[in-house]
Design a protein around this ligand. Structure first.
Ligand code: NAD
Length: 373
């Protein structure tokens, strides 16, 4: 089986879906691995490093020719894959809820699109879960970027010239990214508080030494469906807005990470609330690519409102390309190798994971989750 990896073509995408480490492992499974020249450059991986790992480096057409599996960070335009096997599997991010046109294009092209976003949140798939590996890095990077933007120090400093107070950091949304944001801000010496709609996160927040700030009632008890949050009632939203208004005025840094799968990101901070914050405060909105949690946040722009800086990247993990690529590539390897059939020389996906991630096959859109909407 030939596995092909193209250079990422989406603007601002610096990651790559294969590293020399995972290439070696695929070769050990018996696969032929081919990578487009320069594909690893923005993640600090040279063509020579791929060649040393047993990879053939070539042009896009050479790499794709007769490939049965294509790996990507973001799914390539199927027009680039015309030389691949007609039923080739393509494992990558598809942004399936928002990019229906790409899903349809994959169905028309006949390829088997495997959406890494739809990896089920089950224990045995944890090592295959790119949303987790990339969100973890996003939580870290958001705090580092906000700290860099903030004009004051994070830790309390007692000096001969007097005391510098510790920064107050508030994390909204305590999934994978939020937990890493809390841990990173704590390591930097900040006073950290955090909130979520899921009651199960209270213990997680406290176990990291941060203060849990919760709406008194009406949240999601336990983990929620599939571990995810859902759209909250109007009463809950009003109570949350009141709580945020009271708390946010005292914060120096706010990191927002709240997402609802298949929906725009919930709006958590209004312009009026930003106006109550101290000048010089910084808000980093990780949810900017999904529409943002913060009014006025614009991807890849630093906006100032009422003396408060609002920032967020369109693609936060792309700002940590070597680490993000290493984890993404391992997730893909863990996924395909778990199903590798030595005799067939290719992965044979099972129902639980295969049906969850498969968007298209045999010319049809087959994803139940996509059809449900
Ligand atoms: P996510 O990226 O979908 O959302 C981030 C956080 O925002 C979530 O904690 C969510 O509850 C919260 N949120 C949503 N709306 C909000 C609102 N209005 N106000 C405040 N917070 C709000 O979350 P995620 O990082 O993908 O994690 C979701 C769940 O999946 C968690 O329970 C996590 O532990 C679980 N998980 C399980 C596995 C696994 O078992 N394989 C892997 C990763 C994550």
């Amino acid at each position: 089986m030939k596995i092909a990896v193209l250079k990422e073509r989406a603007e601002g995408e610096t990651r790559v879906a294969l590293t020399p480490e995972t290439a070696k492992k695929f070769v050990a499974l018996g696969a032929d691995v081919a990578v487009e020249a320069g594909a690893g450059e923005t993640a600090s991986i040279t063509d020579a490093a791929y060649t040393d790992a047993g990879v053939t480096v070539g042009t896009a057409d050479q790499v794709v020719k007769d490939a049965g599996i294509v790996l990507g960070v973001q799914a390539p335009d199927p027009a680039l894959l015309t030389g691949a096997k007609p039923d080739a599997k393509v494992a990558a991010l598809f942004d399936p809820f928002r990019d229906g046109a790409r899903v349809d294009a994959y169905a028309t092209a006949g390829f088997e699109a495997l959406s890494m976003e739809f990896m089920p949140r089950i224990t045995r798939a944890q090592s295959m879960d790119v949303l987790s590996s990339q969100s973890n890095l996003s939580g870290y990077k958001a705090v580092m970027a906000a700290a860099n933007q903030y004009g004051r120090a994070f830790p309390m400093m007692m000096t001969a010239a007097g005391t510098v107070q510790a920064a107050r950091v508030f994390v909204m949304g305590v999934g994978v990214a939020g937990l890493q944001a809390i841990a990173t801000a704590k390591r930097l010496g900040a006073q950290v508080s955090a909130t979520d709609v899921r009651s199960a996160t209270r213990e997680q927040i406290e176990s990291l030494g941060a203060k849990a700030i919760f709406v008194a009632e009406g949240g999601i008890e336990g983990e929620g469906s599939g571990g995810y949050a859902s759209e909250m009632s109007d009463e809950y939203k009003a109570a949350q807005a009141k709580l945020v208004s009271e708390h946010i005025a005292k914060q120096d840094i706010v990191i927002t990470t709240a997402l609802i799968p298949g929906r725009p990101a919930p709006r958590l901070i209004s312009d009026d609330q930003i106006a109550t914050m101290k000048p010089g405060s910084v808000i980093y909105d990780i949810a900017v690519p999904q529409g943002g949690n913060v009014e006025g946040a614009v991807a890849d722009q630093i906006v100032t409102r009422h003396g408060v800086t609002i920032m967020g990247y369109a693609n936060t993990p792309a700002h940590l390309a070597p680490d993000a690529s290493a984890l993404f590539a391992r997730n893909l390897y863990n996924f395909l190798s778990a199903f590798w059939d030595g005799e067939a020389g290719e992965p044979i996906l099972d129902e639980e994971i295969g049906d969850a991630v498969r968007l298209t096959k045999g010319g049809q859109v087959v994803s139940a989750r996509l059809k449900e909407g």
